[in-house]
Design a protein around this ligand. Structure first.
Ligand SMILES: Cc1cc2nc3c(=O)[nH]c(=O)nc-3n(C[C@H](O)[C@H](O)[C@H](O)COP(=O)(O)OP(=O)(O)OC[C@H]3O[C@@H](n4cnc5c(N)ncnc54)[C@H](O)[C@@H]3O)c2cc1C
Length: 384
């Protein structure tokens, strides 16, 4: 008897994939509309809530699906969701990204208060790191957190925050003295104001979160003072690979669209797919999708066991898959000719949705920079 395929998808993930696929089949008719939305799309949110899939983004003790959040499960779900709707994918992913630090290091009361609602998609989560003047270089943040006895006072402006205006709370990074801390700020805190926008080429729930002397109880600091970057890293370590999963799903969906088109449209007396140049574009894209999928699930399996130990693999997967998705979707538009450019067509939507993935949660260049340093250390035992 032959050995079982060691790369076959274990049944637990295959069954999660089926659940996500069923959700996508149900929401496909509203995907176009949701992906144009800059505020919460109620139908999409209700369908995700109903599916129970958001439970994969929090620990079991608070209504989640596994003891600790499983990066492979999140990756699998995002691969499926992103092939249908970026709005849906973002709603799902942000529940984890916005609440992970809380699940790891929040006070028991704060976890009890929020995480079951995050799992049930009754409260949307958000992570507020970026500022108008600070993107990749997060040590430059100017938001401050001041400890005044049993209260914390938060001042600053956070920009480009996903779920701004829709979230029930924001996990905010700020300077606390000479260190950096995370603090949970409920959306209804006095002094918190959201200004929507800007509008992106791929519409997104996005806004600026202005914090003017916002006061919260000292128990709202997540972890001890100074743990901000450690907790942000812990979040990346679990969720970065899931961006790769989303990119694989988007690329595969684009390839399916283009392949169908190329098999049905005829030019020069034959389907496009029979014309050499076109078939090369499709096959080349298939190679890229499968290569990206392989490294993504390699990284996700490693991240499941040791997220921080596998961060370099998650980073490699994020770069490989998001860059591949950009190239694949571009080729797919080419295969579809003028039809690939029509506003409102699925391929055009995928083309726009692919672009931000190379920028958020660590831009390609910033990740390559840190990978280069690690590579040098591994090869020579030296380096910064
Ligand atoms: C759709 C979307 C959603 C977002 N949601 C959130 C959110 O929920 N919360 C949040 O906090 N932020 C969010 N962001 C912001 C995102 O995290 C930042 O865009 C990202 O960190 C990059 O920062 P920046 O755009 O300011 O680019 P910059 O940091 O200004 O970088 C510009 C360019 O310079 C390159 N670069 C920068 N530093 C280096 C370096 N050291 N070496 C080589 N190249 C470098 C970058 O790769 C990039 O190409 C979101 C962004 C988008 C597009």
């Amino acid at each position: 008897m032959r050995d079982a395929d060691p790369f076959a998808e274990p049944e637990a993930y295959a069954s999660l994939r089926r659940e996500a696929t069923a959700l996508c089949a149900a929401v496909e008719p509203m995907a176009d509309e949701a992906d144009e939305a800059e505020t919460l799309h109620a139908g999409m949110a209700a369908a995700l809530r109903e599916s129970g899939l958001a439970r994969a983004t929090v620990p079991a003790a608070y209504g989640g699906r596994s003891e600790s959040v499983d990066p492979r499960a999140v990756t699998t779900v995002r691969e499926v969701l992103m092939g249908t709707s970026a709005h849906l994918d973002s709603l799902f992913g942000m529940q984890g990204v916005g609440s992970h630090a809380l699940g790891v290091a929040g006070s028991p009361e704060l976890r009890e208060q929020w995480l079951p609602r995050v799992a049930a998609l009754e409260a949307l989560a958000a992570l507020a790191l970026t500022e108008p003047g600070t993107g990749s270089d997060l040590r430059n943040v100017s938001t401050t957190i001041r400890d005044v006895g049993d209260r914390l006072v938060v001042d600053g402006v956070k920009a480009f925050i996903t779920n701004a205006g829709a979230a029930a709370f924001y996990t905010v990074l700020g300077r606390e003295g000479d260190e950096y801390s995370l603090v949970l700020v409920p959306a209804d805190a006095d002094g918190l104001r959201v200004v929507s926008g800007p509008s992106l080429i791929a519409p997104h729930i996005l806004g600026e979160v202005r914090l003017g002397a916002v006061e919260v109880d000292a128990s709202h600091r997540i972890g001890p003072p100074g743990a901000g970057f450690k907790l942000a890293l812990a979040t990346l370590a679990v969720f970065r690979v899931s961006v790769a999963g989303a990119a694989v799903g988007l690329a595969a969906a684009a390839l399916e669209e283009a392949t169908r088109h190329a098999m049905t449209r005829e030019q020069f007396g034959a389907p496009l797919a029979k014309l050499g140049g076109v078939s090369q574009l499709l096959a080349r894209s298939w190679v890229d999708v499968e290569a990206a999928r392989a490294i993504t699930y390699r990284a996700a399996a490693a991240a499941r066991v040791d997220p921080e130990g596998a961060l370099h693999l998650s980073s490699i997967a994020k770069v490989a898959a998001t860059e591949a998705a950009g190239e694949v979707v571009d080729r797919c538009v080419q295969v579809m000719g003028r039809f690939g450019l029509v506003r409102g067509s699925k391929i055009e939507r995928l083309y726009r949705n692919a672009r931000p993935m190379r920028i958020y949660e660590g831009s390609t260049e910033v990740i390559l920079d840190s990978l280069a340093r690690r590579l040098q250390r591994e090869v020579t035992g030296r380096g910064s």
